[in-house]
Design a protein around this ligand. Structure first.
Ligand code: SF4
Length: 173
């Protein structure tokens, strides 16, 4: 992701690649784009941006993240660029579950809602094949796609189960 978020002196901004300057303020994104054009040349720049948009299915989700979540997504991508796919990293537990074992897919925690999915079977930070209903512990999901009401209901049900898993909520007469 050559055009990326950054921060400088506590201000959010944009930069081109890992080496470029971080431009903050209203015009920051335009300045970073200009820097990208200067570094790559106009044709290569356009090709990179086209390929990036075509290959990255999670781009729209990324654009919907809050600034803090974007920072998190950027940090994970930068880490994967630095050390390689996280599921190949020594001692890194990614906790990936496929669609059939992901117990939180129904509340929206799944690769299909994660800004880091590159395509329907590829992730920007993992090497392994993924499924749209799968998820790992690094999921970065825009606000609104995880259903908190369902989470609350699940927690309530869990808290009201006895040791055999039966509900102990008394039904009102
Ligand atoms: S949930 Fe994990 S495996 Fe799935 S796309 Fe996001 S980062 Fe990749």
């Amino acid at each position: 992701m050559p055009l990326k978020r950054c921060s400088d002196n506590g201000k959010n901004g944009w930069k081109w690649g890992d080496q470029g300057s971080c431009y903050t303020g209203k015009d920051g994104k335009n300045q970073a784009i200009k820097q990208g054009i200067a570094i790559e040349g106009p044709e290569k720049f356009a090709k990179i941006m086209r390929e990036e948009a075509a290959e990255w299915h999670g781009k729209t989700l990324y654009d919907s993240l809050s600034d803090d979540e974007k920072e998190l997504a950027n940090a994970l991508i930068s880490l994967a660029q630095k050390i390689g796919p996280l599921d190949k990293g020594e001692g890194v537990w990614v906790g990936y579950e496929n669609g059939s074992t992901n117990e939180v897919k129904d509340i929206g925690v799944k690769c299909g809602n994660c800004a880091l999915h590159k395509s329907e079977n590829a992730c920007a930070i993992l090497d392994q094949e993924i499924e749209m209903d799968g998820a790992c512990r690094f999921a970065v999901i825009p606000p609104g796609l995880v259903k908190p009401k369902q989470v609350e209901k699940d927690i309530e049900e869990y808290l009201n189960e006895d040791s055999s898993g039966k509900s102990i909520i008394k039904k009102e007469m």
